[in-house]
Design a binder for this molecule. Structure first.
Ligand code: NDP
Length: 464
C-alpha cells in the first residue's frame, strides 16, 4: 500500500465534519482560524466528491496543520528607558508551491489564532495569483499607535533579531499588513541586512531606492478595484458613476479610493477604529491627499477629516458592536478594507436592504460566515478576500522577481502585470465556480481554484 493511501474513504460531508471537529479540538480558542477553515472546507465538498484521492492522502488534515510555527519574545526599551515585552510570531503554513510568503501584522489584537487564519487564507490566495509562492503570516501584539519613530525602530530591530533566523529570500519572505508599512519594513530590512550581511529580497514592500517595486504600495487597493471591474463586466456594467463605501483609511483603503476615482466612481466613506467619515460630496483627489497625509505622516485620527471638510459627517463606532453605521449608507458598491469580521450579518442585511450591487473585499475575511451567506443567497456580485485582495501579494511576487533579476520595471509595466493578474484571478474563480456547478459563486471559485494547485503539488511531493 502506498504511504499516500488511507483505508476507509468517507462521504465528503462526513470527512469534512470529522476534520473540522479535530481542528476545533486541537486549536481551541482560535475562532478566526476555525472560521477560515470552515469557509474553505464548505467549498471543498464539491471537489472531494470528484477527487477521493485527496481524502486518501489525508490532504485536509495536512493542509490545516502549519508546517512550522515560530513564537518568540520581543524585548525592547521605550523612550522612558522602561523595559517592554511583546510576543512575536511567524506561521510558516505551506510551502508546496513556493517559499512562504505573507505579511507581518503589528496590532494589539494579534494572537496565534488570528495569524493562523491569515496564514491559511494566504496559502489559497497566493496559489490564485499564478505566481510560485507558498503561504505564511506573522506579526506581533505590538501597537505602533502613539509610539515614537525611535520606539518603532527599537521594536523592529528586536523583532528581526529573532525572525532573521527563520526567513530568507528562498525560504520565507514577509511583507506589510496592518500596522506594518514602509517605515516598519525599512527598520526590519536594515536590521536583517546588518545581522546577515546580505542585501537580498527578504522582505517586500521595500522603499523604491533600495529594492522596492513601483506600484507595490498601491497594489492591494488597485487590484481590488480591478477585480470589482471584472465582476461588473460580467453584467455588462462598469464602476463609472457608482457610489462606493470604503472602510478603513490605511494602505488598502487609500489606494482603493484612488483607483475608484481613476475609474469614475464616487467614494463617499472612509473610517478607522474610532469612527466613520461620510462625505456626501464624495472624496476627491485633494481630500484623498489630506487623508494620506493625516494617516501616513501625521498619524492622526480620521475624525479630523470632518473638522477640515465641514460637509462631511463623523460617526463614532465601536468595533465590538453588532453593526457599523458605515454599512447602513445607501450606495452601489462596498469595499471593506479595514479588518476581519467588520461586516456582521446585520451589516450585510443593511447593505442588501439599501440595494448594494457589489462587495469586493480588500481586507482579509472582513465578512462573517453569516454575512457571506447573505451575500451569496442574494446573488449580488461578491468578491471574496482571497481573490479580490490578492493584488498586494501578487505585486510582492513581482518585487521578488525584480530583486532576483536585479532589475526594476516601470510603473506602467508593473501596473499592467497587476491588472492582467487580477483579470486572470477573476477568470479562474468565475470558470471554476461554473465548472463545479455553482455559477457566480466566487467564494467556491476562489477556494477550489486556490486549493487544487496546492493539493496537487502536495500529492506530487509525497508525505512531507
Ligand atoms: P493599515 O494598518 O494601513 O490600515 C488599517 C486600517 O484599518 C486603519 O484605518 C485602521 O484603523 C483600520 N483597522 C485596523 N484594525 C481595526 C480594528 N480592529 N477595528 C477597526 N478598524 C481597524 O492596514 P492595511 O490597509 O494594510 O490592511 C487592511 C486590511 O487589508 C487588513 O485586513 C489586511 O490584512 C488586508 N490586506 C492588506 C494587504 C496589504 O498589502 N497591505 C494585502 C492584502 C490584505 P486604525 O488606524 O484606527 O487602527
Amino acid at each position: 500500500m502506498s504511504v499516500l493511501t488511507h483505508p476507509g474513504v468517507k462521504a465528503p460531508g462526513d470527512y469534512i465534519e470529522s476534520v473540522m471537529i479535530s481542528v476545533k479540538a486541537k486549536n481551541p480558542a482560535e475562532p478566526e482560524f476555525h472560521q477560515a477553515v470552515a469557509e474553505v472546507f464548505d467549498s471543498l465538498r464539491l471537489v472531494l466528491s470528484k477527487h477521493p484521492e485527496y481524502q486518501s492522502a489525508r490532504l485536509l488534515e495536512r493542509i490545516v496543520e502549519p508546517e512550522r510555527v515560530i513564537m518568540f519574545r520581543v524585548p525592547w526599551f521605550d523612550d522612558q528607558g522602561e523595559i517592554q515585552i511583546n510576543r512575536g510570531f511567524r506561521i510558516e503554513m505551506n510551502s508546496a508551491i513556493g517559499p512562504y510568503k505573507g505579511g507581518l501584522r503589528f496590532h494589539p489584537s494579534v494572537n496565534l489564532g488570528i495569524l493562523k487564519f491569515l496564514a491559511f487564507e494566504q496559502v489559497f490566495k497566493n496559489s490564485l495569483t499564478t505566481l510560485p509562492m507558498g503561504g505564511g503570516k506573522g506579526g506581533s501584539d505590538f501597537d505602533p499607535k502613539g509610539k515614537s519613530d525611535n520606539e518603532v525602530m527599537r521594536f523592529c530591530q528586536s523583532f528581526m533579531t529573532e525572525l532573521q533566523r527563520h526567513i530568507g529570500p528562498d525560504t520565507d519572505v514577509p511583507a506589510g499588513d496592518i500596522g506594518v508599512g514602509g517605515r516598519e519594513i525599512g527598520f526590519l530590512f536594515g536590521q536583517y541586512k546588518r545581522l546577515r550581511n546580505e542585501f537580498t529580497g527578504v522582505l517586500t514592500g521595500k522603499g523604491l531606492g533600495w529594492g522596492g517595486s513601483l506600484i507595490r504600495p498601491e497594489a492591494t487597493g488597485y487590484g481590488c478595484v480591478y477585480f470589482a471591474s471584472e465582476m461588473l463586466k460580467t453584467k455588462k456594467d462598469t464602476l463609472e458613476g457608482k457610489l462606493c463605501l470604503v472602510s478603513g483609511s490605511g494602505n488598502v483603503s487609500q489606494y482603493t479610493v484612488e483607483k475608484l476615482l481613476d475609474l469614475g466612481a464616487k467614494p463617499i466613506t472612509v473610517s478607522d477604529s474610532n469612527g466613520v467619515i461620510y462625505d456626501p460630496d464624495g472624496i476627491d483627489r485633494e481630500k484623498l491627499a489630506f487623508i494620506i497625509d493625516l494617516k501616513n505622516v501625521k498619524r492622526g485620527r480620521i475624525r479630523d477629516y470632518a473638522d477640515h471638510y465641514k460637509k462631511a459627517i463623523f460617526m463614532p463606532t465601536d468595533i465590538k458592536l453588532e453593526h457599523n453605521p458605515l454599512w447602513n449608507i445607501k450606495a452601489d458598491c462596498a469595499f471593506p478594507s479595514a479588518t476581519q469580521n467588520e461586516i456582521t450579518a446585520k451589516d450585510a442585511a443593511n447593505l442588501l436592504k439599501n440595494g448594494i450591487k457589489l462587495v469586493a473585499e480588500g481586507a482579509n475575511m472582513p465578512s462573517t460566515l453569516d454575512a457571506t451567506k447573505l451575500f451569496l443567497d442574494a446573488k449580488i456580485l461578491y468578491g471574496p478576500a482571497k481573490a479580490a485582495n490578492a493584488g498586494g501579494v501578487a505585486t510582492s511576487g513581482l518585487e521578488m522577481a525584480q530583486n532576483s533579476a536585479r532589475l526594476s520595471w516601470t510603473r506602467e509595466e508593473v501596473d499592467d502585470r497587476l491588472h492582467k493578474i487580477m483579470i486572470a484571478i477573476h477568470r479562474n474563480c468565475f470558470e471554476t465556480a461554473e465548472k463545479y456547478g455553482t455559477p457566480g459563486n466566487l467564494v467556491n471559485g476562489a477556494n477550489i481554484g486556490g486549493f487544487l494547485k496546492v493539493a496537487n503539488a502536495m500529492l506530487d511531493q509525497g508525505l512531507v
